[in-house]
Ligand binder design. Structure first.
Ligand code: HEC
Length: 185
C-alpha cells in the first residue's frame, strides 16, 4: 500500500472516531487536575479548610469525576483501575460481599471509600446558597452528612472484616450518594 493510501486510511479512521463521538463526558482537564491534587492532600491527612481556597479552580463536576469512569478521568477501582469507584460501591451495596472476597478485597475497598469520603467532604464546600427551581440546599447538607456517616461506618466495617456490616454500610452510602444525585445531578 502506498504511503498516501495509508495516510488516507488513517485520516478516515480518525474522522470516524470524531464523528461517532466517544461516550466519554468531557470534564475540564485543569479542574480535574486541581481536584485530584486536593483529594491527594485530603488523603494525606489535610483538612478541607486548608485547601478550601482551591474551590474556585475545580468544580463539583471535576471532583465527582474522580469517582467516575476511568475513561472520563476517574482514578478507577482495583489493581487494573478498569472500573469506577462509583460502580464498585454500587455493586457492593446491591450484592454485598462474601467473607472470602472481603478478605481479599478489603484493602482496595478501603482505598475506594477513602476517596469517596474525601471527594464528598470537599463537595460540601459547594453547598448552594439558596433554593433554586425546587432544589433545596438542605438536601445537599443532609446527604453530605449521611455520606460522611456512612463512609465512616463502612471504613470501620472493612477494618473489622465484617461482611454483614460492610453490606449495610455500603447500602447507606449508596443511598446518600443517590439522595443528592436525585435532586442535583
Ligand atoms: C451533596 C451532593 C452530592 C453527593 C452527596 C454526591 N454527589 Fe456525586 N454528583 C453531585 C452532582 C451535583 C453531580 C453532577 C456534577 C456535574 O455534572 O456538574 C455529581 C456527579 C457525580 C459523578 C459524575 C457522573 C457523571 O458521569 O455525570 C459521579 C461518578 C459521582 N457523582 C459519584 C458520587 C458518589 C460515588 C457519591 C457517594 C459516595 C456521590 N457522588 C455523592 C453531587 C453529589
Amino acid at each position: 500500500m502506498s504511503r498516501l493510501r495509508l495516510l488516507c486510511l488513517a485520516l478516515l479512521a480518525g474522522s470516524i472516531v470524531l464523528l461517532t463521538g466517544s461516550p466519554i463526558r468531557a470534564v475540564d482537564k485543569d479542574e480535574l487536575k486541581v481536584g485530584k491534587e486536593i483529594v491527594d492532600k485530603l488523603l494525606g491527612g489535610a483538612e478541607v479548610k486548608t485547601v478550601a481556597d482551591l474551590k474556585k479552580k475545580t468544580s463539583v463536576d471535576a471532583i465527582m469525576t474522580i469517582l467516575g469512569s476511568p475513561k472520563a478521568g476517574g482514578v478507577g477501582y482495583g489493581p487494573k483501575a478498569d472500573i469506577s469507584i462509583e460502580k464498585r460501591l454500587q455493586d457492593l451495596a446491591k450484592k454485598g460481599i462474601s467473607a472470602a472476597d472481603l478478605a481479599k478485597e478489603s484493602g482496595e475497598l478501603t482505598k475506594a471509600v477513602q476517596f469517596a469520603r474525601a471527594v464528598t467532604e470537599y463537595n460540601e464546600l459547594y453547598t448552594p446558597e439558596k433554593k433554586v427551581a425546587g432544589k433545596d440546599p438542605k438536601v445537599w447538607t443532609k446527604s453530605s452528612e449521611d455520606t460522611r456517616k456512612a463512609s465512616a461506618d463502612l471504613l470501620e466495617a472493612l477494618k473489622g472484616k465484617d461482611e454483614k456490616k460492610v453490606h449495610a454500610a455500603a447500602k447507606s452510602l449508596d443511598a446518600a450518594c443517590n439522595a443528592c444525585h436525585t435532586v442535583f445531578k
